[in-house]
Design a binder for this molecule. Structure first.
Ligand code: CTP
Ligand code: MG
Length: 232
């Protein structure tokens, strides 16, 4: 089977409320580059990549266009406006993807440590099954809480995974899932949850903790440390 053309969508339009910095997370600089640049550079050598679309907020559109032209001279690139929620930001990016694209990968702008080998594995698995999500087995026991933080249930840890990105899907399946979510007003916290609603088959690909999402101040400290180590 020929390798299908891949499009990459990177949502970068969030405000970074939990981090609490003035500048939105993807545009903070670490080791001389923005976090967005560190993240996108992990995709530069990915085979079959034909298009890259980044969703961002108004003040960062021009800067993001310039960055994409520098990093992806061979690919078609677009910058689109983000929406209120991550899901809306991805929806806007989906509109730009050409009909030639067979697979779509979604990757958070704020996961700069993703391994290219793991990206490739997700692509291979998604092309075979319909969807693939990079994830790690839950390290902690997860509790379901009810009112007043009272524990109502403890699911078996062995079947719990923490979903990361990239999440890769057949393009037609991801479009169908986004259309369905829009029609039924479903808001999910990742892309897979939308595809699950339309019955897509999605497999987990085991990754590593290194692919953490910069969310809290502690994560930013760790990211700064790791990038300095890499530079040495
Ligand atoms: N994102 C987006 N559009 C939104 C919200 C989030 O494109 N309306 C992007 C973020 O920029 C980030 C990714 O989705 O790259 C993952 O989201 P998250 O880590 O939650 O980032 P924020 O929403 O910015 O952070 P917070 O939830 O703490 O406000
Ligand atoms: Mg958020």
């Amino acid at each position: 089977m020929d390798k299908q053309q891949l499009a990459l969508i990177v949502p970068a339009a969030g405000t970074g409320e939990r981090l609490g910095e003035e500048v939105p997370k993807p545009y903070l600089k670490l080791a001389g580059k923005t976090i967005l640049e560190h993240t996108l550079s992990r995709f530069q050598e990915i085979s079959g990549l034909g298009e890259v679309i980044v969703s961002t907020s108004d003040p960062y559109i021009q800067q993001t266009k310039t960055l994409l032209e520098k990093l992806f001279p061979e690919q078609v690139t677009h910058v689109v406006k983000g929406g209120k929620e991550r899901q809306n930001s991805i929806r806007n990016a989906l509109e730009k993807i050409s009909g030639k694209t067979g697979l779509i990968a979604v990757h958070d702008a704020v996961r700069p440590f993703v391994e290219p080998d793991d990206i490739e594995t997700c692509i291979t698995e998604a092309s075979r099954w319909g969807g693939a999500v990079l994830a790690i087995p839950s390290r902690d026991t997860i509790k379901i809480a009810g009112k007043n933080n009272e524990i109502t249930r403890t699911p078996d840890r062995k079947s719990l995974w923490q979903a990361q990105t990239p999440q890769v899907f057949w393009a037609a399946l991801l479009r169908e899932a986004y259309d369905y979510a829009e029609k039924y007003n479903f808001l999910g916290s990742d892309d897979s949850s939308l595809v699950e609603k339309v019955g897509g088959k999605i497999v987990l690909v085991e990754g590593t903790e290194r692919n953490f999402k910069i969310t809290y101040p502690f994560d930013l400290e760790v990211a700064g440390y790791l990038l300095k180590q890499e530079k040495k």
